[in-house]
Design a protein around this ligand. Structure first.
Ligand SMILES: *[C@@H]1O[C@H](CO)[C@@H](O)[C@H](O)[C@H]1NC(C)=O
Ligand SMILES: *[C@@H]1O[C@H](CO)[C@@H](O)[C@H](O)[C@H]1NC(C)=O
Length: 117
């Protein structure tokens, strides 16, 4: 019985991990600091795909050298969107990330960019 509960819990964890569309690029080193953190949220639109481009550094910010970019999908049911890097990225001092929702679905991502100032 105990084993079954444990097996089910493990399975549930594995499934929920798969249902999140997280993204990770690069590796955060011990000297790296959080350069930027932002939530990217879009409401569902009937039959529409939401596209949001997020750029770092934002106007008035000085960009640091990026070592790691993490994207967490706040949607755990597999209905969240997807993130991909459109320009810049790890090793550069700027990045543009494109977020796309699924058709007719909302999205809710958290972006963290680490690096050296
Ligand atoms: C987005 O996800 C976060 C973390 O799961 C949650 O706390 C927050 O309420 C969500 N926001 C929206 C608008 O769904
Ligand atoms: C991003 O950084 C690269 C060099 O790291 C530079 O060539 C490019 O012009 C920058 N792009 C923007 C949009 O600032």
């Amino acid at each position: 019985m105990k084993f079954l509960v444990l097996a089910l819990a493990t399975l549930a964890l594995a499934v929920s991990a798969q249902l999140q569309h997280n993204g990770a690029w690069g590796t955060r080193g011990p000297q790296d600091v959080l350069l930027f953190r932002e939530n990217v949220v879009a409401k569902s639109k009937w039959l529409r795909v939401n596209k949001v481009d997020l750029s770092y550094p934002q106007r008035g910010q000085n960009g640091g050298t990026i070592t790691a970019i993490n994207v967490y999908d706040g949607s755990t049911n597999g209905k969240g969107g997807y993130a991909k890097i459109k320009a810049g990225g790890v090793g550069q001092n700027n990045v543009t990330i494109r977020f796309k929702s699924q058709r007719g679905k909302a999205m809710n991502f958290t972006v963290e960019i680490y690096g050296q100032k």
